[in-house]
Ligand binder design. Structure first.
Ligand code: COA
Length: 166
């Protein structure tokens, strides 16, 4: 069981790019925890459209002005997520669940992280219904053929995606 105070939670992901669904989870997380650290994975098995620095900047821009912003930190991390969580003295990982189909992958990650460091707990927050169909891949796919993504991602992300396309 966690021994440190669980008031800081880490919300980690590739965020390539951050979507309204991710933003929704951050806002929900801020309502539950004293602080949220958004951790942008530097090394990822995914083929990314945006560099780590770009993804961090897009997350920062997307979350600017949200309620509780002063309790938010955004940075990249390398290596194991559990090591990053421990390095900032946190003991909770937050993940978003959109649908039952997310569960298998998320449960596997939670089990692996518990296997790696038993003191760290994973907490799941459920995405709002209107964001439950969004994924970063879908957003990139729609943007690549000139579709409207303005209701799927924050404005700075929509702009960055259209600039990448140009
Ligand atoms: N709203 C919208 N989309 C969401 C979402 C939500 N609430 N929750 C998840 N998603 C989507 C993402 O857009 C992404 O879609 P994509 O595959 O189309 O890009 C997908 O679901 C999951 O991506 P994300 O949440 O960014 O997580 P991830 O699986 O890419 O990242 C890490 C997982 C980075 C946290 C994990 O790989 C990790 O911890 N890496 C470090 C190494 C390590 O510790 N490994 C051992 C543990 S696995």
């Amino acid at each position: 069981m966690p021994t440190s105070s669980a008031s800081i939670a880490v919300y980690a992901g590739t965020f390539d790019p951050i979507t309204n669904g991710h933003k929704d989870i951050v806002e929900r997380g801020l309502a539950v925890f004293d602080g949220i650290h958004v951790a942008v994975a530097d090394s990822t098995s995914k083929q990314v459209r945006f560099s780590t620095e770009e993804r961090v900047e897009l997350v920062r821009g997307a979350l600017r002005g949200i309620e509780g912003e002063e309790r938010l930190k955004v940075e990249s991390f390398t290596g194991l997520l559990v090591d990053y969580v421990a390095s900032i003295n946190a003991s909770v990982i937050v993940r978003g669940l959109r649908a039952v189909s997310d569960y298998e992958y998320e449960a596997q990650m939670a089990h692996i992280n518990r296997h790696l460091m038993g003191s760290i707990e994973t907490v799941f927050l459920v995405t709002s219904e209107e964001n439950s169909f969004i994924s970063s891949s879908i957003v990139k796919n729609i943007a690549s053929v000139g579709g409207d993504i303005s209701r799927l991602v924050p404005p700075n992300v929509a702009k960055a995606l259209s600039e990448k396309q140009a």
